[in-house]
Design a protein around this ligand. Structure first.
Ligand SMILES: [Zn+2]
Length: 320
C-alpha cells in the first residue's frame, strides 16, 4: 500500500537504547519510507478511532507474528498524500482486498486510469492526473529493470515503496496520460517490463548483487530510452540503496538469504538489517531471512522486540 506522512512518528528501537513499544493489539498497515529509515505502520485497535503508530525498525530486534483475522488498512488522500487508519475499523473477509469499500472510495485511486473514461475517475484522481508526471527506469538487482510513471511530487516516495536500488528519470510530461503513453512506448520498444514481482525482487537481491554493474545497466538502458524519446538532457542516476539500510551495508550480505514469506504460520523477525521497498530483511540466528511485508498487510499481528522462533530449515541457515 501507499503510506503518507503519519503522526505520531516514533523512532529508535531495542538496540538504539530508545525502544518504543509496539501496540498490543495491532493491525499491520504497511511499510513507510517517509522517515530517515524504514518504519512499519501499525494501527492500535484497542479503541475507535484507531491510533496509528510508525515504528523505526532498522538495526532493532523485532518479532512479527501474523494471525488469520484481517482488518481494513485505511485510506489515502491523493491531494495531501496523507494516510489514515480506517475510521470504522472494518473487519475483512479472508479473500477481500486490504481496504474496506468506504476507504477504497475515499482513496479514489485507479492505477489503470488510462483504461477508463476520465469522468469515471474520482475528482481527486482527475486532479492528480493533471499534475506533471515523470517516466523513470528503476533497477532492482542484476539486470532487473522496470519502467514506470509517477507524479513529480511523490516520485522519490514511490521509488522507495517499490524498493528500487537506483532510478533514472527518462522523461518529464505535463500530465499522467502523456507519461503513460511514453511509458508504454518505452516498454514495447526496449522490452522493459512495467511491473516486477516481489518474489523476483527478493530473488535478485539474494543473488550476488554487484551494485556498480546494476548502475551501469540502468544508465545504459536509460540512455537508450532517452534517445528513443528524443530527449537531449543528460541521464542522472538517483541512488536509493542507503535509505533502506543505512550507510555501509554491503549488499553481499544478502547473498543466499532465505525468503520465508510462504511459511505457515507466518512469523518473521531477528535483527532488521534492511527494508528494501516492502521486503523486510533480518539477521536471524547467524543467517539472513527475508519476507515481503505484504504478507502481513491487513492482518492482525503480534509485534515485540524479541527474537521469535521461526521455522527456517536448519540446513538452509548453515549453508549461508
Ligand atoms: Zn476502511
Amino acid at each position: 500500500m501507499s503510506v503518507g506522512p503519519i503522526q505520531p512518528t516514533y523512532s529508535g528501537g531495542l538496540d538504539s537504547g530508545n525502544t518504543m513499544d509496539f501496540p498490543a493489539r495491532a493491525v499491520f498497515s504497511g511499510v513507510s519510507h517517509t522517515g530517515k529509515t524504514p518504519q512499519i505502520v501499525l494501527d492500535d485497535t484497542q479503541r475507535l478511532p484507531w491510533r496509528r503508530s510508525t515504528v523505526s525498525i532498522l538495526n532493532t530486534t523485532i518479532s512479527l507474528k501474523r494471525f488469520r483475522s484481517r482488518y481494513c488498512t485505511g485510506r489515502y488522500d491523493l491531494g495531501t498524500f496523507e494516510a489514515k487508519p480506517c475510521p470504522t475499523g472494518q473487519r475483512l473477509d479472508s479473500d477481500s482486498p486490504s481496504q474496506c469499500e468506504a476507504c477504497r472510495r475515499a482513496s479514489g485511486f485507479n492505477p489503470a486510469f488510462y483504461n477508463v473514461l476520465s469522468s469515471e475517475l474520482s475528482e481527486s484522481q482527475q486532479a492528480y492526473n493533471a499534475e506533471p508526471h515523470n517516466v523513470y527506469l528503476a533497477g532492482f538487482g542484476a539486470g532487473l529493470i522496470k519502467v514506470g510513471i509517477s507524479s513529480t511530487r511523490r516520485m522519490v516516495k514511490r521509488w522507495k515503496e517499490q524498493g528500487a536500488l537506483a532510478v533514472c528519470v527518462v522523461g518529464c510530461f505535463p500530465n499522467a496520460y502523456e507519461a503513460r503513453h511514453a511509458e508504454a512506448r518505452i516498454s514495447a520498444r526496449l522490452g522493459i517490463g512495467e511491473t516486477v514481482s516481489s518474489a523476483a525482487k527478493a530473488a535478485a537481491l539474494a543473488n550476488l548483487v554487484d551494485f556498480d554493474s546494476c548502475l551501469e545497466t540502468l544508465e545504459s538502458s536509460a540512455c537508450a530510452a532517452r534517445d528513443f524519446m528524443g530527449a537531449a538532457t543528460p541521464v542522472t542516476v538517483t541512488r536509493l540503496l542507503e535509505s533502506y539500510c543505512g550507510e555501509g551495508v554491503d549488499l553481499h550480505v544478502l547473498k543466499g538469504m532465505i525468503n520465508i514469506g510462504t511459511s505457515s504460520p507466518l512469523v518473521f523477525g531477528g535483527r532488521v538489517i534492511a527494508a528494501i521497498g516492502d521486503l523486510l530483511i533480518a539477521d536471524y540466528r547467524g543467517g539472513r531471512i527475508c519476507c515481503s511485508a505484504a504478507r502481513f498487510e491487513s492482518h492482525f499481528v503480534e509485534a515485540a522486540h524479541t527474537v521469535p522462533d521461526i521455522n527456517v530449515p536448519a540446513h538452509q541457515l548453515t549453508l549461508l
